[in-house]
Design a protein around this ligand. Structure first.
Ligand SMILES: NC(=O)c1ccc[n+]([C@@H]2O[C@H](COP(=O)([O-])OP(=O)(O)OC[C@H]3O[C@@H](n4cnc5c(N)ncnc54)[C@H](OP(=O)(O)O)[C@@H]3O)[C@@H](O)[C@H]2O)c1
Length: 241
């Protein structure tokens, strides 16, 4: 999928990794549906950056914790323009173990991190023309395939999203390719959580550079026509140790 003239919907694209991906896709020639939830100012600023690149950016606010809002997001985008690719980036990440995970937090993680990507993927596959080809990229975590005991609802939601990636890759073939990136240490959490000692557990001994995430996503969108159902680890080898 050459990105020039394509339209890509990116969830959670106002800041951090989502913003980086939005700017990378726009630099590659795509117009962007920029979804955000609680960061309108950041979304507006990212929209201006995309427009400065000569591409269109449409803001789409939605709380993906609300299944009704998640279910209608693709239709809202399609009322403006057809969508060629979907990047499921928005997520929550709370430090909850089995003892302190209440049902509400469990369900919120599953809704935002797993159910909403499914709802968006389902709507995308339904709306895409029968003779068009599309692409979905899901943002996972290396822990999705090596679950530990910490961040329990987050990890389980990402494990589900890994399974969903492989399942929908088959269900949507050959029309829509579905792939994922399993990320490691890309950006420290915005809540200021302690990351000391982290690098000792990463064979690459460093944080990723944001452009490395962009390159991988652009490859999955534009350079991987025969790849589907793949989960690429972008974690400096962390899942190996
Ligand atoms: N950062 C890392 O090192 C790392 C490591 C492994 C995996 N990942 C994965 O990579 C992706 C991006 O990471 P990140 O650190 O950039 O993410 P982030 O900053 O924690 O969250 C991305 C966006 O998700 C949106 N979001 C949160 N709750 C939402 C809700 N109820 N409805 C709709 N949107 C909601 C937020 O949008 P608003 O700000 O507009 O509310 C937020 O900006 C995530 O899927 C994450 O799990 C990141």
């Amino acid at each position: 999928m050459a990105l020039s003239g394509k339209t890509i919907l990116i969830t959670g694209a106002s800041q951090r990794i989502g913003r980086t991906l939005a700017l990378a896709c726009a630099s590659a020639g795509a117009d962007i549906f920029l979804h955000y939830a609680s960061s309108p100012a950041a979304a507006d600023s990212t929209r201006a950056e995309i427009q400065a690149l000569g591409r269109q950016a449409h803001l789409l606010p939605a709380d993906l914790g609300d299944p009704l809002q998640a279910a209608s997001l693709i239709d809202r985008a399609w009322q403006i323009a057809p969508v060629d690719a979907l990047i499921n980036n928005a997520a929550i990440f709370e430090p909850l173990g089995w003892q302190d995970t209440r049902l509400e937090a469990w369900q919120r993680h599953l809704q935002i991190n797993l159910t909403a990507p499914f709802q968006l993927s389902q709507a995308f596959a339904r709306r895409l023309d029968a003779d068009a080809s599309g692409c979905i990229v899901n943002l996972l975590d290396w822990r999705a395939l090596r679950p530990g005991a910490d961040h329990l609802p987050y990890t389980i939601s990402k494990a589900g999203l890994a399974a969903l990636t492989r399942s929908l890759a088959q269900a949507f073939a050959p029309r829509i390719r579905v792939n994922a990136l399993a990320l490691g240490a890309i950006l420290p959490p915005s809540d200021g959580a302690d990351t000391q000692g982290l690098l000792e557990n990463i064979p690459a001994r460093r944080w990723a550079r944001l452009e490395e995430v962009s390159q991988a996503v652009l490859f999955l969108l534009d350079g991987a026509e025969y790849i589907t159902g793949e989960i690429i680890h972008l974690d400096g080898g962390r899942h190996l140790v």
